[in-house]
Design a protein around this ligand. Structure first.
Ligand SMILES: C[S@@+](CC[C@H](N)C(=O)[O-])C[C@H]1O[C@@H](n2cnc3c(N)ncnc32)[C@H](O)[C@@H]1O
Length: 378
């Protein structure tokens, strides 16, 4: 290491301090930075992608897995990774964006809509096709749905969709104030037993209000009585708000979920909030640089497993890896209690930085970052 196999670059290997047979292999491929996870068990090993840094589309990972097996001269006993050429739709597709694109430069398009959790993408594609002068940002966390929708975007030759593999609850904080015309949240997962995981929350509605232009709308569509009641309660808690409610309203397009509910004769509720507030721009500028001067590797390793709290958030040193060649790699959960970031921090003699990307510039993340810096500095 470092080593290049075809188009894939392997940077370093790091071993879990508690389970040295579990290793992360750092990869750079097609502009993505991610890890492969290698777990050794007796004479056999399992090589797979690391969940936290897993890039999209899938072929990027497949190529890296195959390249590593070749470079390390592994004898493949069983594999579910095919050698098939990458999907041409994905390769040609420029609709797939990274969160970093939005942090550096939010799209300047004059008319922007957002769809949260587009699933099969029927509504997203329909709206894009029928509103060519609008840019629609589609947010989804389910990779297979993203890949299927990217294929459709290519087939339908749509150039006004940007797809992002990112949690909508975090994304809203990044939007400049008064920029979005419509935010669709259609059939969100109800999470009746874990309400804190719902997309709609006090914080989400407040951020939506800030991001919407005056007259812009937040449009929830749900088949869940509980979610409907919860949304009404959340909206009514706002200081000043105006919203309308419809029951069993037909839209020009019906999603996959909706078709299923209709067959089951379930009710559908629409709650549309109309924003009336012109919000000030955010003034905070957060910088996420980790300290170059820091504790020794062994002192950092002593933090393994510890959790450090402050009033609105925390830093959890979930796992620590020793980097071959010197340094440590920290697997962290940090930020607000509700919406923590899961990411790595790489601390070697030559680099100190977050991997695969900086935490998103929210207040809670910045406070967690400052706490992390203090813990590493001693
Ligand atoms: C029940 S499905 C509905 C899909 C689609 N809107 C429809 O009507 O058919 C909910 C979708 O929201 C996505 N999702 C859940 N939480 C999310 C989040 N925080 N950010 C973005 N997407 C999310 C899920 O992956 C899932 O595809």
């Amino acid at each position: 290491m470092p080593h290049t196999q075809g188009e894939v670059r392997f940077e370093f290997v790091a071993s879990n301090i508690l389970h040295p047979l579990e290793k992360l292999v750092a990869v750079r491929h097609h502009g993505n930075e991610f890890f492969l996870l290698y777990v050794q068990k007796e004479a056999k090993g399992l090589l797979k992608s690391d969940k936290l840094t897993r890039p999209s589309p899938n072929y990027v990972i497949k190529e890296a897995l195959n390249a590593y097996a070749k470079a390390a001269d592994l004898e493949v006993l069983a594999s579910n990774v095919d050698e098939a050429p990458k999907n041409v739709h994905l390769e040609e597709n420029s609709a797939l964006r990274h969160i970093g694109d939005f942090i550096q430069d939010f799209p300047a398009h004059p008319r922007i809509w957002i769809e949260v959790g587009f699933g099969s993408g029927r509504h997203l594609l329909h709206q894009a096709k029928n509103n060519p002068d609008v840019l629609i940002i589609g947010l989804e966390i389910h990779k297979t749905s993203i890949e299927q929708v990217l294929k459709q975007i290519t087939i339908m030759n749509l150039s006004n969709i940007q797809v992002l593999d990112y949690d909508a609850r975090l994304f809203l904080e990044l939007i400049p104030s008064n920029r979005i015309e419509r935010i669709f949240v259609h059939f969100p997962v109800p999470w009746d037993k874990k309400p804190h995981r719902r997309v709609i929350s006090d914080a989400f509605v407040a951020e939506a209000e800030r991001a919407l232009v005056v007259g812009g709308t937040l449009e929830l569509r749900t088949d869940s009585d509980l979610y409907f009641a919860y949304a009404l309660e959340t909206l009514t808690a706002l200081q000043k708000v105006s919203f309308e409610v419809h029951k069993n309203r037909d839209l020009s397009i019906s999603s996959k979920y909706e078709d299923r509910w209709k067959r089951m004769h379930k009710n559908t509720y629409d709650v549309t909030m109309h924003n009336q507030i012109h919000s000030p721009q955010r003034s905070e500028q957060y910088r996420f640089e980790l300290p170059i001067e820091r504790k020794s590797d062994d002192e950092v390793i002593a933090l393994s497993g510890t959790i450090h709290r402050f009033d609105e958030g925390f830093v959890h040193f979930e796992r620590i890896y020793r980097v071959d060649g010197g340094g440590v790699l920290l697997r962290l959960a940090m930020g607000s209690f509700d919406r923590p970031e899961h990411l790595y921090a790489l601390l070697t003699p030559t680099q100190t930085r977050y991997v695969p990307a900086l935490p998103i510039p929210s207040r809670a993340n910045y406070r967690a970052h400052l706490l992390l810096g203090a813990l590493l500095h001693g």
